[in-house]
Design a protein. Structure first.
Length: 492
């Protein structure tokens, strides 16, 4: 059994690794002569951890208030009704619906929010106090918490009295606001909710399939709310409208605070993948890389994964969304890793491909270089005013010239969800964030290569938010020559 020195354990506990290893060091020699390398990213690099246990309101009450003001400007008249997520069904931590959080910053179960667009009145519904519930689950925002008003900036906080059938307080307020009028609409979110690790392009089809299932037939939570309100106010002639298109349009251009969160997420993901590259060696399992990245992301500020880890070695590198992490990696193969975290409700999306043995083979080099050149050509096209088709076309052109093709689109929006809503449109605008991710999957050699970065459009070019993750062949090989965490602590 390989022993680990007390000094090494102390360094690992402090969040430091060793640098300057040579290729020979991968075999186990020379570890004691290396100097500690301490990461520059604070382990508390998210807003919740910085609060050190105190309640927080998203990116700040002023930011969320500004999002509501923009929505009010767009919708003009009516009453907005939003419901947050209930307690989770599984034994997992609570995570708020992305759209609800975007407008309120509230991360607590069972809350609802009403905004009168004409008067500006805002009401937040929270739970009634329950010492029993909090003794089991910790802080739950309730009407006894005077700090809720100051924290959120919403000055009217009520209990959503469950009553018979629930939501009595919410419905009574709606009756009061509408009065006898039928001219003002009710605005609700009528798209599927998305929480941690979710995306609309999977949530919406899931809800539709369940509704069409002849042995199920349940509609989404959002459709149920809209349907109930339509029935309740049908005779009054009140229209129930969907605010989703306007909200999604707001989410396309990111604000400075959103971009800061995305930079934190991208740096967390990049550092985690760096460590995976260092630690990779033949005969490790895909699960080793999966679990190592998960651990590192959490240490560097992640709430959790932006999506399920894709760690595909050998033939699994050919599968676009391989999620099993169940195969052992072998010498002479590549491993394709597509895995990124969520930090402060915003995500990254990073993919890197590297050789399990530490050196790119003659078979790997032409495929890898083609994909990297295609990505670089696409990135070079990015700036405000550029056409999206020119970005993707640049990558396609490079691959075709080298005899390859990419079987999937190379870009999608990124934000609070890994496949964020709102199209990129025909022309790029400053503040848009999306991926560039060309890939080649060669069945003849069993080599799949994808390289993906998160790109922010600026007025005169772009910023690569995930630039901390190396992708040049020489840089990857140099990183693999260093000792990684698994080299230091593994007892194999």
């Amino acid at each position: 059994m390989q022993s680990i020195s007390t000094r090494t354990i102390a360094v690992l506990a402090a969040g430091a690794l060793f640098s300057g290893a040579s290729a020979q060091d991968k075999t186990g020699s020379g570890a004691e002569t290396q100097e500690p390398r301490v990461f520059s990213l604070p382990f508390s690099s998210n807003l919740v951890r910085q609060a050190d246990g105190a309640a927080t309101c998203g990116l700040g009450k002023d930011w969320h208030r500004g999002r509501r003001e923009e929505l009010k400007r767009r919708l003009k008249t009516g009453i907005v009704v939003l419901r947050g997520m209930p307690e989770p069904r599984a034994s997992l931590g609570f995570h708020q619906d992305k759209n609800f959080w975007y407008l309120t910053g509230v991360e607590s179960p069972g809350v609802a929010f009403v905004m009168d667009l004409d008067t500006g009145r805002e009401v937040l519904f929270v739970s009634k106090p329950s010492a029993f519930a909090e003794s089991w689950g910790g802080e739950i925002w309730d009407t006894d918490d005077e700090w809720v008003k100051e924290l959120t900036g919403v000055q009217e906080v009520r209990a959503n009295d469950a009553g018979r059938g629930g939501n009595r307080g919410l419905l009574e307020l709606l009756d009061e606001l509408l009065g006898e009028s039928s001219e003002r609409p009710i605005w609700t979110l009528q798209t599927s909710h998305v929480e941690l690790s979710g995306a609309y392009d999977s949530a919406v089809p899931y809800d539709r399939a369940r509704e069409k299932d002849s042995l199920d037939g349940r509609v989404s939570r959002e459709a149920a709310l809209a349907g109930h309100l339509e029935v309740r106010y049908k005779e009054q002639g009140v229209k129930v409208k969907d605010l989703t298109p306007e909200l999604w349009d707001m989410r396309v251009i990111k604000t400075d605070r959103e971009l800061d969160a995305m930079r934190r997420a991208s740096r967390s993901g990049a550092l985690a993948i760096q460590e995976a590259i260092r630690s990779t060696r033949p005969d490790l399992g895909e699960w080793d890389i999966d679990s190592l990245i998960t651990w590192q992301q959490r240490r560097f500020g992640a709430t959790g994964p932006a999506y399920a880890a894709i760690v595909g070695s050998g033939v699994n590198s050919l599968v676009l969304h391989y999620n099993f992490s169940s195969r052992r990696m072998r010498a002479g193969e590549v491993v394709l890793v597509d895995f990124a975290p969520e930090v402060d409700h915003y995500v990254s999306d990073v993919t890197r491909t590297w050789p399990v043995s530490g050196v790119f083979s003659d078979e790997m080099i032409p495929i890898y270089d083609a994909v990297l050149a295609a990505q670089e050509a696409a990135i070079a096209q990015v700036k405000a005013g550029a056409r999206m088709r020119d970005v993707s076309g640049a990558a396609t052109k490079v691959l075709r010239e080298r005899g390859y093709q990419c079987p999937h689109g190379i870009s999608h929006s990124v934000g609070m969800a890994v496949h964020d809503p709102g199209g990129l449109g025909k022309t790029l605008k400053a503040g848009m964030v999306f991926t560039i991710e060309p890939g080649v999957y060669d069945k003849a050699t069993g080599i799949g290569v994808r390289i993906e970065d998160v790109i922010l459009v600026t007025e005169d070019g772009c910023e690569i938010l995930s630039a901390d993750c190396p992708k040049e062949r020489e840089a990857i090989e140099a990183l693999m020559a260093e000792k990684g965490i698994l080299d230091l602590i593994d007892v194999r």
